[in-house]
Ligand binder design. Structure first.
Ligand SMILES: Cc1cc2nc3c(=O)[nH]c(=O)nc-3n(C[C@H](O)[C@H](O)[C@H](O)COP(=O)(O)OP(=O)(O)OC[C@H]3O[C@@H](n4cnc5c(N)ncnc54)[C@H](O)[C@@H]3O)c2cc1C
Length: 560
C-alpha cells in the first residue's frame, strides 16, 4: 500500500562530516595570535572527530538516555551509584583521550591555550559531559596545597584514559574529581554553609576529619573524589572527600536524588548527604573559600570557553541551514535581513572565542605553560592582573550573551529549531544548555561584584591600558570606549549597581581590541560600530554599509 503524499524537499541536511577545527577560521586566527607556533595536528584530529557522525550519535543518545540513580541494591544495602548510558562513557573517554582535563598541569606539550581550544571544540558535540572534565582540570592548583594528596592523585587525574569503574583509586588507571560548595541555605554566599567537619587524626594524606551535613548541588557524583567546603573549628575549610576510602570501603556519601534539570541532561547533578564521611584538609583550616576558589577560577574559564563553543555550534547550524533552505525565491542566507542577523551572530561568536582564549593565555602565562614559552616574553605580574580581571569579565559577558544568542540562532532554523525530534534537534539542546554556564560557578551578579574586588587589587588600569595599546587609533569608537572604561577604573567611582555595566564595557573594549588584532577589517569595524557606545538589544541591528558577505563568509563552517 502506498501512503506517499509528497516528496520531502527544501529541508537542510545535517551538519556532519566536517572538520570543525579546520572549518573554524575565527578560532584558527585566534590561535595564530595567541600561540603562533602551535602545532595544530591534535586539534585537527579532534575537529574531525567532533564533526563526525559517531560522536554526534553518542551525544544524542547520552542526552536521551539520562543517568539513573541506584541508591540501594536489590537486598537493601546502600550503593549510591549512578548508571550512565554507554554513550556517556564513550564521550568521556574521547574527552579524556584528547587531554581536555588535567594534562596541562603535567608539564607536557599541551598548553592551556591548546587545551582551551580543544575544550571549545568538544563543546560543539556535547557539553554536559564536560562538567566532570572541567572539574578534573580545575582541581589541580587547589589540590597542590596538600602535597601528599597531590602526589597520590595527581598522576591519575592527568592520565589520558577514562576508567569509569566504581572502585578505590588505587585499583584504577585514571580518576576524575568534582566539587561541593552549594548548600540549601546558600550557594553564592558559601559562608552560610552548615556542613561541619570534626578533626579525627593524621595519616598519610594529612589531617583527617569527619564531615556531617549536605550539599544541595553536587554534580557528577560518580567522580572519584571531591573538594568540599565544611565548617571546621577555625572556620570554613576545604576538604578532599573520596568516594572510596583507602581501606577499600565506601565513604559515607549518600546520594539523595538526581536533579531534574532544564538541560545538561547527559550529566548527573545530585543532592547528597555526608554521614560522618572521611575527608582530608586541603590548605589551612579557616581558609576554605580562597582555597576552593583556586579551582572555581578555572571552572569559570571553562564556562566562558564552553559558552563560546556552544555559540559557535549554534552559529554553524544556523549558517548551514540557511545556506540550504529557500524562502521567497532565494536561499535564506541570501535574504538581506537574514544576512544582517547571521553576520551579527558571527561577530558575537568570534568575539566570545577571542575573549575566552585570551583568558586561557593569561592562565598559561601565569602557570608557565607551553604557550607562554613560545610567545614573546611578557611581564608575569601584568598577566596575573589580566587573569584576575578577565576571569569575572569573560565569565560574566560571554555566558550572559549565550542565551540570547541561542534564541536567535534557533530562530534562523524556524520551527525546526524548536523541535527536539527524538534528540536529533541539536539547536533545542543548545538552547536548554545555554543558561547554565551563566548560573553555576558564580552567577552574573557575583561575577560583576568579583570584578569590583579585582579592581581593588593591583593596578588594573595600567594592565588594561597596555593590553589595549596595540589597538589605539584603530577605530574612534574603540578609542572613546577605552578612554571611558579606563577613566572609570582609574577613578574607582563604580558602585555595586553599576558593576554589571562596567563588566560589559570592559568585555566589549577587550573584545574589540582582540578583533582588531586577529580579524579582517569588516569584522572589527562592524563590531565597534554595533557594540561600542550603542548597546544593541537584539541581534540583526547592524547599521547600513557593513560588509555582511565578508563577515558571513568568514564564519561559514566550511573547510578551506
Ligand atoms: C545544573 C547545576 C549543577 C550544579 N553543580 C554544582 C556542583 O557540582 N557543586 C556546587 O557546589 N554547586 C553546583 N551548582 C550550584 C551553583 O553553583 C549555584 O546554584 C550558584 O552558585 C548560585 O547559587 P544559589 O543557587 O544558591 O543562588 P543564590 O546564591 O541564592 O543566588 C541567587 C541570585 O542572587 C544573586 N546574588 C547573590 N548574591 C548577590 C549579591 N550580593 N548582590 C546581587 N546579587 C546577588 C546571584 O547572582 C543569583 O542570580 C550547580 C547548579 C546547577 C544549576
Amino acid at each position: 500500500m502506498k501512503f506517499t503524499t509528497h516528496e520531502v524537499t527544501n529541508q537542510s541536511r545535517p551538519l556532519q562530516g566536517v572538520n570543525l577545527f579546520l572549518a573554524n577560521q575565527p578560532l584558527r586566527d585566534a590561535l595564530a595570535l595567541f600561540a603562533p607556533n602551535l602545532d595544530t595536528a591534535r586539534l585537527q584530529c579532534l575537529g574531525a572527530e567532533v564533526g563526525g557522525a559517531e560522536l554526534q550519535t553518542h551525544a544524542r543518545l547520552a542526552n536521551t538516555h539520562t543517568p539513573v540513580l541506584h541508591s540501594h541494591d536489590s537486598v537493601g544495602r546502600r550503593i549510591d551509584e549512578v548508571e550512565f548510558h554507554p554513550s556517556y562513557h564513550a564521550l568521556m573517554a574521547r574527552a579524556l583521550h584528547h587531554g581536555l582535563h588535567g594534562t596541562p598541569w603535567r608539564g607536557g606539550p599541551l598548553s592551556q591555550v591548546e587545551r582551551a581550544a580543544g575544550f571549545m571544540l568538544f563543546t560543539e558535540v556535547e557539553s554536559s559531559v564536560l562538567c566532570p572534565v572541567s572539574m578534573s582540570y580545575a582541581v589541580t592548583p587547589a589540590l597542590r596545597s596538600n602535597p601528599a594528596l597531590h602526589a597520590a592523585w595527581g598522576p591519575k587525574l592527568a592520565a589520558q584514559e577514562y576508567d569509569p569503574r566504581f572502585m578505590p583509586m588505587a585499583d584504577k588507571t585514571a580518576v576524575t574529581m568534582g566539587m561541593g560548595m552549594t548548600e540549601k541555605q546558600g550557594g553564592s554566599d558559601v559562608r552560610a554553609n552548615t556542613t561541619r567537619a570534626e578533626r579525627e587524626g593524621v595519616d598519610a594524606w594529612g589531617e583527617r576529619y569527619r564531615i556531617t551535613g549536605h550539599k544541595w548541588f553536587f554534580s557528577a557524583p560518580m567522580c572519584d573524589a571531591f573538594l568540599v567546603l565544611a565548617q571546621a573549628p577555625a572556620g570554613l575549610s576545604c576538604f578532599f572527600l573520596p568516594r572510596w576510602l583507602p581501606d577499600h570501603t565506601l565513604n559515607a556519601i549518600h546520594i539523595q536524588r538526581l536533579k531534574h534539570k532544564l538541560g545538561n541532561h547527559a550529566n548527573a547533578s545530585s543532592e547528597v548527604e555526608f554521614h560522618g564521611a572521611e575527608a582530608w584538609l586541603v590548605g589551612e583550616e579557616g581558609r576554605g573559600v580562597p582555597q576552593i576558589l583556586a579551582m572555581g577560577a578555572l571552572t569559570r574559564l571553562d564556562c566562558a570557553l564552553g559558552t563560546a563553543g556552544l555559540m559557535r555550534q549554534a552559529l554553524s547550524l544556523a549558517l548551514h541551514h540557511t545556506a540550504q533552505r529557500q524562502a521567497f525565491g532565494k536561499r535564506l542566507i541570501e535574504q538581506p535581513l537574514m544576512k544582517n542577523v547571521l553576520a551579527d551572530l558571527a561577530l558575537e561568536s568570534e568575539a566570545a572565542t577571542a575573549l575566552a582564549l585570551r583568558l586561557a593565555l593569561a592562565v598559561d602565562r601565569t602557570e608557565h605553560g607551553a604557550a607562554a614559552q613560545e610567545a614573546a616574553p611578557r611581564d608575569e605580574g601584568r598577566e596575573a592582573v589580566m587573569r584576575r580581571l578577565l576571569t569575572p569579565v569573560a565569565k560574566f559577558w560571554v555566558c550572559k550573551r549565550g542565551s540570547a544568542f541561542a534564541q536567535e540562532a534557533m530562530e534562523c532554523l524556524g520551527g525546526n529549531g524548536y523541535v527536539e525530534a527524538a534528540g536529533e534537534g541539536v539547536m533545542a539542546r543548545i538552547y536548554r544548555e545555554m543558561p547554565l554556564n551563566s548560573i553555576w560557578e558564580g552567577a552574573a551578579n557575583i561575577m560583576a561584584l568579583d570584578l569590583l574586588r579585582a579592581l581593588r587589587g593591583a593596578d588594573v588600569a595600567a594592565a588594561l591600558n597596555l593590553e589595549l595599546a596595540p589597538s589605539r587609533g584603530a577605530h574612534p569608537a574603540l578609542d572613546r570606549s577605552a578612554a571611558a572604561v579606563l577613566h572609570q577604573i582609574d577613578h574607582a567611582d563604580i558602585t555595586e549597581p553599576q558593576a554589571r555595566r562596567l563588566a560589559r564595557d570592559v568585555a566589549l573594549v577587550l573584545q574589540a581590541a582582540l578583533l582588531h588584532r586577529q580579524s579582517p577589517t569588516a569584522v572589527f569595524a562592524a563590531f565597534c560600530e554595533s557594540r561600542l557606545g550603542a548597546a544593541s538589544d537584539i541581534f540583526g541591528l547592524l547599521g547600513a554599509g557593513h560588509d555582511l558577505d565578508t563577515i558571513i563568509q568568514r564564519a561559514m563552517p566550511w573547510e578551506p
